[in-house]
Design a protein around this ligand. Sequence first.
Ligand code: ADP
Ligand code: MG
Length: 342
Amino acid sequence: MFDFDLFQHLTDGLVIMDSERTILQLNPAAHRLTGWQIGEKVPHCTFCQKRVLQPGEERCILAGKEPVSYFESEMPTVYGENLPVAFSTTFLPRNNDRDRQMVLVIRDISKKRKEEEAKMAKLLARQTIEAQETERKRLVQELHDGIGQSLYSISIGLNGLLYSTRDQHLQTTLSDLLHVLNDTMNEVKRLSTDLRPTSLDMLGLDAALSSLISRIERHSLIAIEYQSTLDYNDRFSPHVELNLYRIIQEALNNIVKHSESQKALISIQWIKNREGLTINIEDEGKGFPHGEAGKYSTGLGLKHIQERVNLLDGLLEIKSQIGKGTSLLITIPDVRKEMRYE
Ligand SMILES: Nc1ncnc2c1ncn2[C@@H]1O[C@H](COP(=O)(O)OP(=O)(O)O)[C@@H](O)[C@H]1O
Ligand SMILES: [Mg+2]
């Protein structure tokens, strides 16, 4: 009846069972996937175990009158796990329904499931990052149009008062207030630029990074060495540029916040007409037990760096040695390509 070789060597599992679900035959692939043996009963899949039945309806969805051409569920194995599988069934020709035999074809789809889950995770990460960027844009607008404008009006008012009074004491107080106000306005501006680097859209990655680096140097004690083969002509898609900028921004923030290093190095290598781009960000600080950073830290910085690198189809390698420093090496093999999300 069967081509025995085909039955033996097929990578799909094949199970022949009777109408009582007793296994009459199974090929090595089916045994390997499920651990079932001849003479045992085929268990119900997780879908059928849980489904609500109409009166008189069979629990097994495959046991109906008609063969089923494709169905995905999970099958309990003897190894105590539920294996994600795709089924199809067909009936062997018999005279009556009672000794009807069914051929069950089982395909292991755990790899496919994992790929789908990875795809979903990537989509989710992208949506989270996009939502975050939209929110930052909104905040920048609020800061500029709301707080920024109000502070500006206050400064004009205070300046007016300053020039209209001859009272020395009032003059000193007003000019002190104007100093504080000036610092506050600069702080708002700095916050806006941190949230949304306008120079990135207009001038590209190289210019935006140079201005980020000089801002950080102004506000910290760290000397940052910046080497780059990029110039202002080298423009990538806005998504790519923003992701690379955010990766470097977070890595630098970490150096300022955690490393206790006095030096940092950023080097970007991109050879025109060769697609790959590498970014190396290093410090000579205290380092951290790498591998544990993700586990014990409540911070999202490194996690977001990893997610952004994933979105660019790149690789991230973090090396950190206690007392010696930390380095992040990012490789984007195909930086010219529009970001692919599917
Ligand atoms: N350059 C660095 N030097 C020393 N420690 C670092 C460095 N970068 C990250 N870390 C450690 O890894 C942890 C996780 O970083 P991150 O995910 O960015 O979260 P956060 O910065 O919010 O703490 C930090 O809390 C810090 O302990
Ligand atoms: Mg951080």
